[in-house]
Design a protein around this ligand. Sequence first.
Ligand code: FAD
Length: 476
Amino acid sequence: APIIVWFRNDLRTGDNRALSTGSRTGVPVIPLYILEDEEDGSATLGSAQKWWLHHSIEALASRLASMGTPLILRRGRALEVLHSVVSVTGARTVLWNRRYLPSHLARDAEIQQALQIDGVTIESSEGHILHEPTQMRTVSGGPYRVYTPFWRAFSSGMEPRPPLARPESLMPIGMSLQSDRLEDWGLLPNGPDWSAGIAAQWTPGEDGAITRLDAFLAKRLAGYGEDRNVPSIDGTSRLSPHLAFGEITPFQIWHATEMSRDEVPTADLQTFRKELVWREFSYHLLVNCPDLPTANYNSDFDKFPWREPGDLLSAWQRGRTGYPIVDAGMRQLWQTGWMHNRVRMIVGSFLVKHLLIDWRHGEKWFWDTLVDADPASNSASWQWIAGSGADASPYFRIFNPILQGEKFDPTGEYVKQFVPELADIPAKYIHNPWEAPASVQSEAGVRLGETYPRPIVEHRRARERALNAYHAMKGK
Ligand code: FAD
């Protein structure tokens, strides 16, 4: 009987345990992708990721076709689709790579049970993350809550396995199966096409991921420790969306950095791996605390006096807060589907502390606009910024957006790229244009309140208000 390989968060053919296992059996393989219509509404992709998914499936389908087998596309409830493919083809085995969103874990367990009753076996493999979140435990037996010991466990003794080779070819089933047309799934923008800026930056799919990895290893891993903090430099790997869709695995990345060990400074390699392990830590938190995306990890924050979002939230979303580094970040996100990590921290802190807006509004906006939106990293990072998370940055540490700009974008190059209306402001005032003498503003063609907004809150006052809100929550 043929074997079904159900592709989910693993849109790749290399280092894909389910696919490799299927190809080795010597029987026909049916690669299947299901656009799941589940009633719980979980994991509904944001707009930017729908665009990405369309192109990633296209890339996967073309790769699989060149290996000998078409990718079958079906929309519907996963169990019903699987039942139907099983009954038409007589398949007795479904292979998949595990996914870790709590609602996915529950759904997969249900599917496994239901298919077993029909005599269909599921084989579930690892691949999306380097560790199994329910198995990795502290010495006292519980899940980790603090990053440093989690990292220590990784760096001492846990050597991730080497990646698996891509199967050379797959045996087709020899009958034609019903498959949807990708175009009919409506994943691309309908209406104004906002995707040009994203398309200019990214190549979804496995080949795009490998190209990014190779370029990173060749040009950016040496120096990563310093360059990763400078948003005007292309100093990071930009592998995040490829990881989010499983076009590349952390095993492949870890192993590739190991191969570069002799050519790059150890400190850079370690710093990069520590970042990869933040992703692991986020999954660890999510699996062990399933409501991480919606509820405060630290329930003290349930009493936090958040303000109604209103116009302030839309000013933040549109990059019109009057703080140039914040606005540059939010516009980079809108235009390219990605934002530099340092700037994510600055805009996140600004929303939660300067504007006193609940982190869940920020998380939601990021979810809709990021190409790398990831249920674990997004919610863990937002809670980290808000101070409500595990091992979080304390709430009372409030980033000053002017000083952060001066420190990480001293020449203003990053700001000028995304906030062109400030292009002619001298570097000295690029992060606080309202303090530039009137003559400097007018020479630069800037009329605050007209060509560029005045700050929507005053830093010092906002800081004080945030601290008061925090003390109110603490009952002090
Ligand atoms: P690199 O610096 O090259 O890092 C390599 C990889 O390590 C990344 O691709 C990513 O998988 C992982 N990584 C790096 N930093 C972190 C981190 N702080 N937490 C978890 N994993 C990390 N990352 C996402 O992948 N999806 C999200 O939805 C997401 N939302 C975020 C929201 C906020 C408020 C903040 C502050 C950070 C968020 N991050 C998120 C983490 C981080 O900003 C991105 O992973 C990183 O900017 C991606 O760029 P890169 O691939 O070039 O990273």
